[in-house]
Design a protein around this ligand. Structure first.
Ligand SMILES: [Zn+2]
Length: 85
């Protein structure tokens, strides 16, 4: 089964989608232990990815997690605005 986005097994976000007809599935675990969820189906998986990103950036009690998420968001925003021009 292909796994995307899980370079470090254990904590983190994992999203699976096998072929176009398969249901997407995802689970996310934060090292703080306050965020551990799973979802299936395109809509729910997308919502989980967004909620996990928001938790890491805004809600997580671990400062290192929030700092890393803030850097990722900044990089993402930069690449998005570059693409739009
Ligand atoms: Zn957390």
């Amino acid at each position: 089964m292909p796994t995307i986005g899980g370079r470090r097994p254990g904590f983190g976000l994992r999203v699976r989608k096998d072929g176009n007809k398969a249901l997407a599935a995802a689970d996310a675990d934060c090292p703080c232990g306050q965020f551990s969820k799973a979802a299936s189906g395109d809509v729910d998986v997308e919502a989980l990815v967004i909620r996990y990103g928001r938790h890491r950036r805004d809600e997580c009690p671990i400062p290192e997690i929030r700092a890393a998420a803030a850097r990722q968001y900044a990089a993402l925003q930069q690449s998005l605005s570059k693409r739009r021009k």
